[in-house]
Write a protein that binds this ligand. Structure first.
Ligand SMILES: NC(=O)C1=CN([C@@H]2O[C@H](COP(=O)(O)OP(=O)(O)OC[C@H]3O[C@@H](n4cnc5c(N)ncnc54)[C@H](OP(=O)(O)O)[C@@H]3O)[C@@H](O)[C@H]2O)C=CC1
Ligand SMILES: CC(=O)C(=O)O
Ligand SMILES: [Mg+2]
Length: 577
């Protein structure tokens, strides 16, 4: 065979740059098909198939992406098992990324619960069974000293948003160690599906530092390091190295979202990193965004003001404190002073009402701000009797904690009790929608953390709001990455929360919908992204220069294009050069 000249060789290379992929070198037709960002399956035209050397590798039919979506959706619906639906989605995303996201765009109502909560929880519990493809990067504490090199093994070089877990508190399941890896995968899927962040910019990471749950760790099928979690000092050294490696590899503007990190580490890491790196904690700050928006709607529906309310949290961990802190700010914005604002918020943890007077070690420093100077109360019912909350929020992962008695008391004290059972997945929720409606005799404004079906109560149908951070983080990540924000100050989360509230309509209120319907999730994300970008430029946090004149166009331009033409255009241009 005659040797190819350098020029010929160059011409034969398909060097895809600029668009949403980067493929270089001599690649076979089959390899082109195997590039998930490039693959169009049967949507390749006959000419494209000939040009790319894939003619014959596909059946002759040429389908549009819309037809492909409908075919995939039929296959998806044909699957009876939740976990099999989950793996179907993972495999589709790993084979043809655009088709996967188009399916989520066209059938999100049915498909989102299979890439996110509640099914992602099931995937964690069956992690060894669902693991098939390298869709998450695993970095273990044994990689200490060369974390940067492990990051380099991720095939994409231009990563702009990372979601990282250590499996320390995987949803409501506690410490699952490395079996928490489906969590960041689910989250980054929503960066793209809802926020429009280009998928190759997103990197899900699972840090394996061990697992303190012997039942999980000693299971012969456990996939992580069979060791206990390290000392705080060793853990911190490792995570410090990880953050430094991220900056070295991807630059200081690469955003890191901490997710489902154990309570004992999450607050410390947030305090340490929030003004040093581009990062946030979704369970603390993201939960606050969505809860404040839903509470604002509930307050409006009940024609009251926030300051008229008393809020009791069942749970005093990351989510509860994230929400309590944001509510505290909102109450102060209404004109209350610190003490008045604090007096509206009570927390209950595993030891009862959070009070000052506790034995040493029983009051974590992050709870201090909301600790009551009064006698202890153990039971939730007694807390409700004493405080008579107007709003009751469950973030304790204690299934059934909102008992009949608790719910009846809420109805006794309030014309319109506001009750959120936010723990995930559904098997950990404090009560179901049906229980809340039944025991408050249909009086409550209710929301759940995972999706709930429409409720039929006393001959009327009710839409159940899903108060979940998915309303906030995809837009925050899109906005932050679009303008290369340097830090995420607390004001960003208030901006995001107000954006969601402002998208609630009178029609939502009439139907007791506390957040815009799920069909408006992409709109929420887009509006949040635009407002985050605007805030970032105003407050000089945006690194991307110059200041865009049209922020909406600026954000739109950077969003993932779900049409195949976007991919085709790039390589055709390269080929025709
Ligand atoms: N819908 C949403 O958007 C979000 C939902 N969540 C869900 O909320 C739940 C909690 O998450 P997170 O706050 O991060 O977890 P944490 O582990 O940080 O906090 C859990 C809290 O629940 C308390 N608790 C445990 N048992 C009881 C009990 N019997 N009675 C009262 N309190 C109890 C713990 O008490 P102690 O402090 O004494 O240990 C702790 O304060 C999870 O199910 C998670 O999936 C989380 C984030 C967002
Ligand atoms: C929603 C979420 O992040 C959680 O339940 O942990
Ligand atoms: Mg979480």
């Amino acid at each position: 065979m005659p040797k190819k000249s350098k020029k010929q060789k160059k011409q034969n290379e398909l060097n895809f740059t600029g668009g949403d992929m980067y493929v270089q070198g001599e690649i076979s037709g089959l390899m082109r098909l195997q590039n998930k960002y490039f693959n169009k399956d049967t949507a390749f035209t006959i000419e494209e198939r000939q040009l790319l050397g894939i003619h014959g590798l596909l059946p002759p039919v040429v389908r549009s992406i819309e037809d492909q979506v409908e075919l995939c959706f039929m296959q998806f619906l044909d699957i009876d098992e939740d976990l099999t639906r989950y793996t179907y989605m993972i495999r589709l995303g790993a084979r043809n990324t655009r088709l996967f996201y188009k399916l989520l765009a066209m059938h999100g109502d049915k498909c989102l619960p299979y890439v996110y909560t509640p099914t992602v929880g099931l995937a964690c519990l069956h992690a060894p069974y669902v693991f098939q493809l390298p869709v998450v990067l695993f970095i273990t504490i044994e990689d200490k000293g060369h974390v940067y090199n492990v990051l380099k093994n991720w095939p994409q070089a231009d990563v702009r948003a990372i979601c990282v877990t250590d499996g320390g508190r995987a949803l409501g399941f506690g410490d699952l160690g490395v079996h928490g890896y489906p969590i960041p995968k689910g989250k980054v899927t929503l960066y793209t599906a809802l926020g429009g962040v280009r998928p190759h910019y997103c990197l899900p990471i699972c840090l394996d530092v061990g697992c303190n749950n012997p039942q999980v760790r000693e299971d012969p099928l456990y996939m992580g390091l069979k060791r206990e979690r390290p000392s705080r000092a060793e853990y911190d050294e490792f995570v410090d190295e990880f953050m430094e490696a991220v900056v070295s590899r991807y630059g200081p503007h690469c955003l890191v979202q901490f997710e489902d990190i154990g309570n004992a580490d999450a607050f410390r890491l947030l305090t340490k990193y929030r003004f040093k790196y581009t990062m946030f904690n979704d369970d603390i700050q993201g939960a606050g965004v969505v809860a404040l928006a839903a509470i604002t709607a509930a307050v409006n529906i009940s024609k009251s003001k926030l300051e008229d309310h008393r809020i009791l949290f069942q749970g005093a961990g990351e989510a509860a404190l994230g929400m309590a802190n944001l509510l505290f700010v909102a109450l102060k914005t209404e004109g209350l002073d610190d003490n008045e604002a604090r007096s509206r918020i009570w927390l209950r943890d595993s030891k009862g009402l959070v009070v000052y007077d506790r034995p040493p070690g029983h009051l974590g420093e992050y709870k201090l701000m909301f600790a009551r100077k009064r006698a202890a109360i153990e039971k939730l019912e007694d807390c409700v009797r004493e405080f008579k909350p107007t709003i009751l929020i469950g973030v304790s992962a204690q299934y059934g904690a909102f008992s009949r008695e608790v719910l009846e008391l809420m109805a006794l004290y309030n014309k319109r009790p506001i009750i959120f059972a936010m723990s995930n997945p559904s098997s950990k929720a404090e009560c179901t929608a049906e229980e809340a409606f039944t025991y408050t005799r249909g009086k409550c404004l209710f929301a759940s953390g995972s999706p709930s079906p429409m409720l039929d109560y006393a001959g009327k149908k009710y839409h159940i709001t899903q108060v979940n951070s998915l309303y906030g983080f995809p837009g925050i990540v899109m906005g932050a990455t679009a303008c290369c924000i340097s830090r995420l100050p607390p004001a960003i989360f208030i901006v995001a929360s107000h954006t969601i509230s402002n998208l609630c309509t009178d029609d939502d209120y009439r139907h007791w919908r506390l957040l815009p319907p799920l069909s408006k999730l992409t709109l929420c994300a887009f509006e949040i992204a635009c407002n985050v970008v605007e805030y970032a430029y105003k407050s000089k946090l945006a690194r991307r220069k110059p200041h865009p004149t049209d922020i909406r166009a600026f954000v739109k331009h950077q969003m993932y294009d779900l049409n195949y033409e976007a991919a085709t255009k790039t390589w055709l241009q390269e080929y025709e050069k």
